[in-house]
Design a protein around this ligand. Structure first.
Ligand SMILES: NC(=O)C1=CN([C@@H]2O[C@H](COP(=O)(O)OP(=O)(O)OC[C@H]3O[C@@H](n4cnc5c(N)ncnc54)[C@H](O)[C@@H]3O)[C@@H](O)[C@H]2O)C=CC1
Ligand SMILES: O=C(CO)COP(=O)(O)O
Length: 386
């Protein structure tokens, strides 16, 4: 049973201690030490890493004082789902930029982007930017092309804190992922990435989900893992930020290709080929910019690709379907793969990499080609070793 509807009873500290005990057992089995004084990470975000430790110790009392431990920024489908998943046992606030939309959510206790889901009273909603300043840890469920702007607009509130990027895309201007955006705009913050196969609707309903949490500082990563995991939201940690965020970003491009393939009537065998060759491209690009193979093979890469490129619950896949069927697509729906296809193309060009599936998607999105021509272009490529 999930904790929705259970009032927060100031038990965040106790919950955290339980989690840490649990985590310590796991780490002992792995042969690593939990108790370690000092920080391994001595970069500009060392202060933020220290904050993680302090937040872990202060979670309960802070909650009782009404100072939010965790703020989820971005009251769309994913931000709302994450806030719902965490709010049963922790002090969580969901922040949205649009005061009218937040007021409507507060009044109806629903989010139109998550039909059929009720927001429990324990989940606090706000449009007040001051709430960002009071957070110990922030989850940023913001689309990739807006992230840098949000970081800059709220720099004073976010500087020096652990910032968990939950969006999946590559910035069209900088050709960087969310962790680099955080480092670029807020060098004193501690960037983390939360990514992996997870539809907001599934998380919001409390269905079991496993995600990757990436943090360059292993100790801070462990603490955030303990803070953000729930009985049904299982987090695996890695220090490979680049691999985690690129897997999450690039799978959206391949999902558009797979949707277009089915929408155009080219069949499931062709989709399997696109998924596999698309994954080869994801791997080629990600490894070139420093990602680790194991990350690409894990939840944030292959895992999320399999989910997104085969399910009509995915907006990227559905967008691809509409391209294949030559239908329109609803405006205002977040389709990260559209911009990320262009960004990945530019990155590939800069690095001298061949990314034919990405190129086809970029052409489709821009209306420069149709699905039939794009597929023929892929089939006509010179025969080569796999
Ligand atoms: N919906 C899903 O199943 C999942 C989504 N994600 C990722 O999460 C990110 C957000 O997606 P969703 O929440 O689904 O999209 P959404 O379209 O439901 O919501 C996006 C939210 O971002 C907010 N936003 C946009 N620009 C903003 C800005 N400048 N300042 C403040 N807020 C801003 C919007 O107001 C909106 O509330 C995307 O990168 C997506 O790939 C990741 C995993 C699952
Ligand atoms: O990232 C997702 C699933 O892991 C959500 O996919 P869409 O953005 O395509 O809906």
């Amino acid at each position: 049973m999930r904790g929705h509807g259970r009032p927060f009873r100031g038990s965040a500290l106790a919950a955290l201690h339980r989690q840490r005990r649990h985590d310590r057992l796991g780490r002992d089995r792995e042969g690593t030490r939990w108790h370690r004084s000092g920080l391994r990470h001595h970069g500009p975000s060392a202060l933020a890493a220290r904050r993680v430790r302090c937040a872990a110790h202060r979670g309960g009392p802070q909650g009782r004082q009404g100072v939010s431990g965790i703020v989820v920024a971005g009251a769309g489908a994913f931000g709302t789902a994450l806030a719902l998943a965490l709010c049963g046992s922790r002090e969580v606030m969901l922040w949205g930029r649009d005061a009218a939309a937040v007021a409507e959510m507060e009044q109806s206790r629903t989010n139109p982007r998550l039909p059929g889901v009720t927001l429990p009273p324990v989940l606090t909603l706000t449009a007040d930017p001051e709430s960002l300043a009071r957070a110990d840890v922030l989850l940023l469920a913001i689309p990739a092309q807006s992230l840098r702007g949000v970081l800059a607009d709220h720099a004073g509130a976010l500087a020096g804190k652990p910032l968990v990027a939950c969006g999946k895309g590559i910035d069209l201007e900088t050709l960087e992922g969310p962790s680099a955006a955080i480092r670029r705009v807020l060098p004193t913050a501690l960037p983390l990435v939360l990514t992996g196969p997870s539809f907001a609707a599934d998380i919001a309903r409390g269905l079991p989900t496993a995600l990757t949490l990436a943090c360059a500082d292993p100790e801070a990563g462990s603490r955030l893992q303990a803070l953000l995991a729930t009985p049904v939201l299982r987090l695996y940690r890695t220090t490979d930020l680049v691999g985690a965020e690129l897997g999450g970003a690039l799978k959206n491009v391949v999902a558009i290709a797979c949707g277009a393939c089915i929408g155009g009537g080219f069949g499931e065998s062709a989709r399997a080929a696109l998924l596999t060759r698309g994954f080869a491209e994801m791997r080629r690009l990600a490894l070139r910019v420093g990602a680790e193979e194991t990350t690409l093979m894990g939840l944030s890469g292959l895992g999320d690709l399999v989910l997104t490129a085969t399910s009509e619950c995915s907006r990227n896949y559905r967008f691809g379907l509409s391209l294949g069927r030559r239908e329109g697509f609803a405006a205002g729906v977040t389709v990260e793969g559209a911009a990320t296809a262009q960004a990945a193309m530019r990155l590939g060009d800069r690095l001298g990499l061949e990314l034919p599936v990405t190129q086809a998607v970029a052409g489709l999105v821009k209306g420069q080609t149709d699905v039939g021509s794009a597929l023929r272009g892929l089939l006509d490529r010179p025969l080569k070793a796999e």
